[in-house]
Ligand binder design. Structure first.
Ligand SMILES: Cc1cc2nc3c(=O)[nH]c(=O)nc-3n(C[C@H](O)[C@H](O)[C@H](O)COP(=O)(O)O)c2cc1C
Length: 176
């Protein structure tokens, strides 16, 4: 099985997961930017294509790259993995993952979530500002839930909740 992993990453978590996944699946691995100029023939040689993007406001950054091409790639194994700062056990993860792929593609595009973390040192300024605004919105919110409080505390500083074990279901999906 020839597998291609494509990803985009700002602070390194998605890159780490993409590279580890590529090692495990003996796959080729590129950033989405590196593949911009490739024509359709390049992708024809792959049996499986996995896209990894980081979560931004509940969406997977640049996932439209795979979603747009998916109908033409129905004969391949396709998957998207999302890397976010939300812990896996949060109900927000399931809610957001349910919306990653439109209904008509759900039967043939797998969706997976891998927790990453927050790295303020590597974050670009606009991202830092957006995170700050989000944190202060959470703090000021009336009727704050326990989850909101925990999240506000958590995102006040950098943290790392990534673990390569979260790649296991993706490996299984591709290899089955
Ligand atoms: C502007 C912005 C919005 C974000 N929105 C979400 C989100 O909705 N859900 C989430 O779990 N993480 C969110 N994050 C956190 C990133 O997805 C997380 O830090 C991820 O690990 C980054 O991956 P990377 O290191 O590959 O860039 C957001 C981060 C930024 C900067």
């Amino acid at each position: 099985m020839r597998t291609l992993i494509v990803y985009t990453s700002q602070t390194g978590y998605t890159k780490m997961y993409a590279e580890k996944l590529a090692e495990r699946l003996q796959a080729d691995c590129f950033t989405v930017e590196e593949l911009k100029k490739k024509d359709d023939g390049f992708f024809d040689t792959y049996d499986a294509i996995v896209y990894g993007g980081w979560a931004m406001a509940g969406k997977v950054v640049k996932s439209e790259w795979l979603l747009g091409k998916a109908p033409a790639w129905k004969d391949k194994k396709l998957a998207i993995f999302c890397v976010g700062a939300t812990p896996v056990d949060s109900p927000l993860v399931e809610q957001a993952m349910a919306k990653v792929v439109p209904d008509e593609l759900k039967s043939y595009v797998g969706v997976f979530y891998c927790p990453g973390g927050l790295n303020y040192d590597k974050m670009k300024l606009p991202s830092k500002m957006m995170m700050k605004a989000y944190a202060s919105m959470l703090k000021k919110q009336k009727n704050q839930t326990e989850d909101d409080k925990k999240m506000a505390e958590m995102i006040a500083q950098s943290y790392d909740i990534s673990d390569v074990k979260y790649l296991d279901p993706i490996v299984e999906y591709i290899e089955k």
